[in-house]
Design a protein around this ligand. Sequence first.
Ligand code: GLC
Length: 496
Amino acid sequence: MAQVKSLKILFVTSEVVPFVKTGGLADVSSALPQKLQELGHQVRIVVPKYGSIDERKYKIHEVVRLKDLTTTIGKKEVVYSLRSSFLVGSKARVQIYFLDNEEYFGSRNSLYYDPLKGTEYKDNDERFILLSKSVFELIEKLGWVPDVIHLNDWQTALVPAFQKTIYKDNEVFQNIKTLLTIHNIGQQGVFPKTSFTKTGLPEEFNNNKVALFNDKFNFLRTGLKFADKISTVSESYANDICNIPEISLGLVKEINSRKDDLYGIINGIDTLIWNPEKDKKIAKKFSAANLKNKMKNKEELADKFDLKFNAETPIIGMISRLEDNKGFDLFKQSFKQIMALDVQLVLLGTGDKKYHKFFEDAEIKYVNKFACYLGFDDVLAHLIEAGSDMFLMPSKYEPCGLNQMYSLAYGTIPIVRKTGGLADTVEDYNDDNKKGNGFVFTNYESKDLLFAIERAISLFQDKKAWERLMKTGMKINFSWLNSAKNYVNLYKNILK
Ligand code: GLC
């Protein structure tokens, strides 16, 4: 094998599985560093130590050199430590540093939202300024200088700005390059103008040309200005945020001005966790060669949701945050007509209160047709993927999406809207040449959504064709290896 130059990557993120998770970012922050390390690179991760992270279980220990560090946020002197442990995967052990500060992180179990008030924490600006600043102390104190700092979402987006301003004269940081990955442009880290002064960034950037957007301090926008390269989690979403103002949510001009530095790399899936042949969380393991066992999962799923099992009636599964941008306004509009079809539908997720109410009522109205669990339950998520015949994702926009890939791996046919990562992973079934792996609709309209579902139901009647479709999906390789290699190429490109 040719000798690859080993790169040093510092991966900064606000959540990592198995320590803490609110969304897909946590999965990526765990799987990608491990794969990079398996490929021969050195990766270290930085993440806040929220109160919910179990120190004992994860053997998080003190590092003398990284104890009682100080920095200023506005006029406030803040003392913190970086403590260390390992992210232990099947093949790789990745060193992970936990940013430890009682006031900002330790005293809170929740990540961004105050569960008591139902709003974002008031001091999220200070919390994530601290995360960004801690990165520089870490590098200097350890003497471990990365080639690339890989940043993720608004919570880490100030790092490039700090590097190029307040830390610019420090030789240690001069050759480091930065990559900012956008997992969801809908979250930008928007704060009152007064937050800017807390950063210590030069006043000359305190305006709508650089750090502010509509007179508010915007972390992500600042990151877009200063990061060496920018990426997002699928090629289509990269195009969408350049071209569709409703998708880039205010930042279309900004993204376009960085078009040449913008890359789209699709996420992979963790095939140790999402694999029907090895999955211990489902009723019965199965594979493309043994689809009979998938039916056992369907039975179990129907049972769990109190639906009368009928092999001939397709079950459509959904797992999602219940939000407009995940397509729930469209879904709600079409719901009555979907219920009139020969299907059963199960839903798992939480989100907007208006949808909780709607689905609670629907469950009573459509007995034996619709059932939901409005919470989160990992085991149930696996069973839904394994036991459903179809999986619905009508998203208005979708940076990458992971469930459509899990579905394909489990022989569960995805029905998706053609947007972002969904467009890049699901190909519409063509009855003439039998190509495709799912059902795709383009317009965000009720009749188009319904038509896609109807087409799926109709093909479901043709057992042979359906089985062929299931097997096509199950054969696709969505492992992280390809994506990790693409990141390595991108890092090398930045370093050129
Ligand atoms: C965000 C996006 C989702 C993506 C995930 C990981 O949660 O909404 O589409 O899969 O990040 O990148």
